[in-house]
Design a binder for this molecule. Structure first.
Ligand code: ADP
Ligand code: MG
Length: 273
């Protein structure tokens, strides 16, 4: 089953407002927590199919920026455009149904559900409230209808190397597999814009390689746009087209991996010598 591009487009249609070609456009996005400015007037245009690495020291505002783009936090100022439509005030659930999916720095898997049930949850909305999870947990006559979605779930589970633990409760998984499960949940509904918050943290070397392969495969096959927050600089640099370095909430540098590696300001603020 191909769910790619099967998300309702943001109202206004692709590129409707502002004539933007980019999937994502941030204009002067600012997020404040009381007196702290966590994200400071960030302007960013991300074209379709681009993989952007977002780096910077702890507290730079990387997670908060992903929170704003995914609708978990409304910016204090500025605008967020998706396919040219203003989505600044849209909720996280609205954005996820329109193809914006993410992972969290700390995994959000449901421990009492199996791996397979966990990966089904993000597809739940496609059953138009009939309750996909209910179908899988019981109700045999519903299973036919959900067959295609289940096929997609199993495909993603296999892609993420989780087939052997498919029917295991998530709570019993080691951290590496939990992180891969989190990733599986983020990609199962074939997002257009994928936001990953430190996806390799807790992964072993082999798991990191697997993640990198899966991500590259997705990007090459589809018009998937990715923003990747990551501390593992080798992982970032090997995977992305472009790197944005955030310091104290603001964009310090924006360029190719090679440019960023030799940027003296980035070296001083983050990379070290
Ligand atoms: N919920 C919150 N309430 C208050 N301050 C916050 C909150 N979340 C983040 N911050 C602050 O915002 C800044 C950016 O944090 P964060 O986005 O988590 O950075 P990063 O992901 O780059 O490490 C930090 O100074 C952090 O302390
Ligand atoms: Mg963070």
């Amino acid at each position: 089953m191909n769910l790619v591009q099967d998300h309702p487009a943001a109202p206004g249609g692709p590129g409707a407002a502002d004539g933007g070609e980019g999937v994502l456009r941030l204009a002067g996005v600012t997020v404040r927590f009381g007196g702290i400015t966590a994200v400071d007037q960030v302007a960013l245009d991300v074209p379709s199919g681009q993989v952007v690495g977002l780096i910077g020291p702890n507290g730079a505002g990387k997670t908060t920026l992903l929170d704003a783009v995914s609708g978990l936090r409304t910016p204090s100022r500025g605008r967020i455009l998706l396919d040219g439509a203003d989505v600044t005030a849209r909720s996280a659930s609205w954005l996820s149904r329109h193809g914006v999916r993410r992972t969290f720095q700390r995994h959000q898997a449901f421990g009492w559900l199996t791996v397979r049930q966990n990966v089904l949850v993000p597809l739940e909305w496609r059953t138009r409230g009939r309750g996909l999870l209910g179908d899988v947990l019981g109700l045999p006559h519903r299973r036919r209808e959900t067959g295609a979605l289940l096929e997609r779930v199993d495909e993603v589970i296999e892609l993420c190397g989780l087939s052997e633990v498919r029917d295991v409760n998530a709570a019993t998984l080691p951290i590496g597999q939990l992180r891969l499960l989190e990733f599986a949940r983020a990609i199962v509904d074939s997002p257009r814009l994928l936001l990953l918050d430190e996806p390799t943290s807790g992964l072993g070397r082999r798991e990191t390689e697997l993640l990198s392969e899966v991500l590259l495969g997705l990007v090459q096959r589809h018009e998937l746009t990715v923003i990747l927050v990551e501390h593992d600089i080798d992982f970032v640099m090997g995977l992305v087209d472009r790197v944005v370095c955030l310091v104290q909430g603001a964009v310090l540098a924006d360029g190719t991996p090679a440019e960023i590696r030799r940027n003296p300001e980035v070296i001083a603020a983050y990379l070290g010598s």
